[in-house]
Design a protein around this ligand. Structure first.
Ligand SMILES: [Zn+2]
Length: 125
């Protein structure tokens, strides 16, 4: 049998009834059915802590389930939605390197490049 999931709050050992997922891209905290497996962005919460949950400033809290409801997820839809949210929360590789000046930024002093060596102009030439 699977071990009982516990609330992730410090000094709280109550059984978890919900999983909080932070969607950093949307500044949204999603409180949904207990996740079937643990992920980095997810925190299990007991009934009391999910009820008292407050989002950080500028964040929105989305509740997918009634905290006072029985701990059992009410349906596959909610779980599917929660899983979709967790999927979206995963860091994704961005194709465009146009922002922030990545490693491709040209060095004005760079004349040539051979392997890991760069040929630089002498400042006094
Ligand atoms: Zn708790």
């Amino acid at each position: 049998m699977s071990p009982v999931r516990r609330c992730s709050r410090t000094a709280c050992g109550r059984p978890a009834v919900a999983t909080l997922t932070y969607v950093y891209a949307d500044s949204t905290a999603v409180l949904g059915p207990l996740a079937t497996y643990a992920e980095p962005h997810c925190y299990d919460l007991c009934a009391e802590h999910s009820e008292r949950l407050t989002a950080p400033r500028g964040w929105e809290v989305v509740r997918l389930s009634d905290p006072s409801a029985p701990s059992r997820p009410s349906g596959d839809d909610l779980e599917a939605l929660a899983n979709a949210v967790r999927e979206a929360a995963r860091p994704q590789e961005r194709g465009d390197g146009t922002r922030g000046g990545g490693p491709r930024t040209a060095d004005p002093m760079e004349v040539a490049r051979r392997g890991h060596l760069r040929v630089l102009r002498s400042p006094d030439s």
